[in-house]
Design a protein around this ligand. Structure first.
Ligand code: C6P
Length: 407
């Protein structure tokens, strides 16, 4: 049996008051909190072996390089990549997707090609493709979502999967709806047609077991800061058969074999995509985060998050004058809602006074919000250190907010 209360005690930040109330942190989809093990790994690196990687042959540099590359191995195992060479360090999901657009996209796309997304994408999986489309003359098309539940309307898929489609890029778990997309099925269908696939794993990597080979995607991007790791580090998985044929992302030190005044020879993947001094403490902290999550078990975390989300959803659904978003069953660990005649920002501001950290806004899914006919929603997103008692308090706070605006 997992001792969730004991795990919670690993997070020093959670033990504090906000506006005189015990902090309830329900903004985990924006960023997760960090356990002591991760903070300590960063302190240890800076106190004991801070040095640049891959360059020096002195002791500290070798220790830093070993830790940096061990983190790559750890990441490959975390998502079941075939090899650590398929893991590229990025700043996060956003940079991972931009890297694919700037390398694979620029190399392969031409006028008339189609980039297929879904209507529920985060801006980071829309804007890079729109920018690429402008550059190349390709077009962006969208798999529709069906109503407030936010699930994909797959009846349109056959007609959307035309021979012009060169890339399918879609979110694994929608950050504003909590929908879990059937990414393995969709990637299999795309692959049969020779379509390259990218999965945005920002909301899935730290919450459920992820196996990129089972998903069958060509690329998988995620962020360290959402999975108990530091900010500024993320990873992009790319299938080696594709990575080895891609041009570099940025030019500079570290990504070269030889440089002459006229010509440069590049390193193989993944180093070809990592120009300059990388974030070194980031992978080291991320390694500690992955070890920490694996000790709990992501299957375990998934069950816990879903239970909390269902518990919250059922209580909110029992209220009057509330509009709930996302699927009724099978939702990931978040609930998105609107109170009648109350702006989402007012909900968040008043909840904050009650010690509850929520997020309100379009959640960087503005096109989806517009499709649903709203500007924003309020969102509570959970992680394994959250409890049912916190959900109870949150629901009481929501009721208070309703009373306040009804008065
Ligand atoms: N969503 C949220 O509050 P970065 O910023 O690169 O770490 O992650 C971007 C990103 C990409 N895809 C999805 C599905 C996401 O949820 C996010 C980040 C945060 O929902 C900030 S908007």
């Amino acid at each position: 049996m997992t001792d969730w209360a004991k795990l919670r005690a690993d997070f020093p930040i959670l033990d504090q008051k906000v506006h005189g109330k015990s902090l309830i942190y329900f903004d985990n989809a924006a960023t997760s909190q960090k356990p002591r093990a991760v903070i300590q790994a960063l302190v240890n690196y800076y106190e004991r072996y801070n040095a640049n990687v891959h360059r020096g042959i002195h002791e500290l540099s070798m220790r830093a390089t070993t830790a940096f590359e061990a983190a790559r191995e750890r990441t490959a195992k975390f998502i079941n990549a075939r090899s650590a060479d398929e893991i590229i360090w990025t700043r996060g999901t956003t940079e991972g997707i931009n890297l694919v657009a700037s390398t694979w996209g620029v190399k392969h796309l031409k006028a008339g090609d189609v980039i297929l997304l879904t209507e529920a994408e985060h801006h980071s999986n829309i804007v890079p493709w729109q920018m690429l489309a402008q550059k190349t003359g390709a077009k962006v098309a969208y798999i529709p979502v069906a109503g407030d539940e936010g699930t994909l309307d797959l009846s349109a898929l056959d007609s959307l999967l035309t021979s012009q489609v060169k890339l399918l890029s879609l979110v694994h778990i929608s950050n504003s709806m909590g929908v879990v997309n059937p990414v393995a099925d969709l990637c299999a269908r795309a692959r049969k047609l020779g379509i390259v696939t990218l999965v945005d794993g920002a909301q899935s990597a730290g919450h459920m077991l992820v196996d990129v080979q089972a998903i069958g995607c060509d690329f998988f991007a995620f962020s360290g800061h959402k999975i108990c790791g530091p900010t500024g580090i993320g990873a992009l998985y790319g299938r080696m058969e594709i990575l080895e044929k891609l041009p570099p992302y940025q030019g500079g030190g570290e990504m070269i074999l030889t440089v002459g005044y006229d010509k440069t020879e590049f390193k193989p993947a993944p180093h070809r995509f990592e120009a300059g001094t990388p974030d070194i403490s980031g992978p080291i902290g991320l390694h500690a985060a992955m070890d920490y999550l694996e000790a709990i078990g992501r299957g375990n975390i998934w069950k816990h998050d879903q239970e909390l989300a269902n518990y919250a959803y059922d209580q909110l659904a029992a209220l009057k004058n509330i509009r709930l978003f996302g699927p009724k069953t099978g939702r990931a660990g978040l609930v998105s809602f609107l109170l009648k005649d109350v702006h989402a920002h007012d909900v968040v501001t008043l909840a904050d006074q009650g010690g509850v950290a929520l997020r309100g806004g379009h959640h960087c899914t503005q096109p989806l919000m517009h499709k649903l006919g709203v500007e924003s929603t309020a969102r509570a997103s959970f992680y394994f250190y959250n409890t049912k008692a916190e959900v109870d308090h949150f629901v009481e706070v929501v009721k208070e907010i309703q009373k306040f605006f009804a008065a």
